[in-house]
Design a binder for this molecule. Structure first.
Ligand SMILES: *Cc1c(COP(=O)(O)O)cnc(C)c1O
Length: 360
């Protein structure tokens, strides 16, 4: 047995930690922003039938261009998107990695506004891309002026705006996206992983016409209750999709993934039926924690960033001991909690109430 430090690892990976949200088998798992409702049985049966048909053909490689799935995704997103404007991979993490492989890499940079999704810097180091973190203003909401100034100053090759932002929940205004696009010459990715929960805002997909450097990233992992299948996707100019084809591995989406995702999209309404309830549970959790004296940041997603914990690690462990897993992202005084089912939300409210003031 040798150890990591004995290996000739690439310099930019030395000392890095792998992505590692705990995966405990606890009764109440509210730490990675999944939709905690199981998928409806009639949808599950239809998916299994599609998988059964697909499996008879797996002696052959799958459709490398996954045209049927892209056509389904184009239909789901609407806005007159064509198949050529859609792309997908095994989770939007893989889509984002392909974007960096195509448009960033050695000698180039990725900029985002922190705190934000913890995978962005990891994807940057994995592709040997310089990571530029610009701090968000107090209360985390980006402004057109602030974003434009940072992008003009740093001129990154790729910038990501996450809206609603993980882990703060902060929604992203259209004016911010427009100001960002005009402020620099690089590729602008809007990460809409939580878009379906943010019912008041129109998707940045509507801004695509005439903006060939704008990329909108989405996923089936959150609202769509399909995290285990691994399907993320992107809408952009057809030329951007051509660029991603240069870096994707051949046949990267398995025939089974394609069949499962295509079947699930046929049932989009049923798959998304729990979204309103999850948002209601999020608001109930926010009200309960506010009443207990915690600081709850406004959220357009299926989770809350909550401040006012005296010792977040201690609270995290106290809840874990009660079978409730939430997320400690090392933001001083803060913890992130996913909104789950009504019963899960009640469990987390009761557990935090039972702790003393400040969660101690
Ligand atoms: C969860 C999440 C993703 C996506 O993940 P995949 O499961 O890889 O699709 C992307 N961006 C943000 C901000 C997320 O929170």
């Amino acid at each position: 047995m040798t150890s990591l430090s004995d290996l000739p690892l690439r310099d930019n990976l030395v000392g890095q930690e792998p992505y590692g949200a705990p995966q405990d088998a606890v009764p109440v798992s509210l730490n990675v922003n999944e939709n905690t409702h199981p998928i409806p049985e009639h949808v599950a049966i239809d998916i299994v039938q599609s998988l059964a048909r697909a499996v008879t053909g797996v002696n052959r490689y799958p459709d490398r261009e996954f045209t049927e799935l892209r056509s389904s995704l184009a239909g789901y997103l609407g806005h007159g998107l064509s198949v050529e404007q859609l792309w997908a991979a095994n989770g939007s993490n893989e889509v984002l990695q392909q974007v960096l492989q195509a448009f960033a890499g050695p000698g180039r940079s990725l900029l985002s506004f922190t705190p934000t999704y913890s995978m962005y810097p990891l994807l940057a180091s994995g592709t040997d891309t310089e990571w530029i973190a610009v701090e968000r203003p107090a209360e985390y909401a980006l402004t057109p002026e602030g974003v434009a100034e940072a992008l003009r100053e740093h001129q990154p090759d790729v910038a990501i705006l996450c809206g609603p932002n993980n882990p703060t929940g902060t929604s992203l205004d259209r004016e911010v996206i427009l100001a960002a696009y005009d402020a620099f010459d690089g590729m602008l990715v809007v990460d809409e992983a939580y878009h379906e929960f943010d019912t008041e805002r129109e998707s940045a997909v509507s801004l695509l016409p005439g903006r060939h450097r704008l990329l909108v990233s989405r996923t089936m992992s959150k609202a769509f209750a399909f995290a285990g299948v691994r399907l993320g996707y992107l809408a952009a100019d057809a030329a951007v999709v051509d660029a991603l084809r240069l870096v994707r591995l051949p046949y990267h989406l398995s025939a089974l993934t394609q069949a499962a995702a295509t079947a699930a999209i046929r049932h989009a309404d049923a798959m998304l039926a729990t979204v309103a309830d999850i948002s209601a549970q999020r608001d109930r959790l926010a009200d309960a924690l506010t009443a207990l004296g915690y600081v709850v940041h406004p959220s357009g997603a299926n989770f809350l960033l909550v401040g006012g914990f005296t010792d977040p690690s201690a609270t995290f462990e106290a809840l874990r001991a009660r079978g409730i897993l939430i997320r400690n992202l090392s933001i001083p005084g803060h913890l992130r909690i996913t909104a789950g089912t009504k019963a899960e939300t009640s469990a987390v409210i009761e557990a935090i109430t039972a702790l003393g003031p400040g969660g101690a």
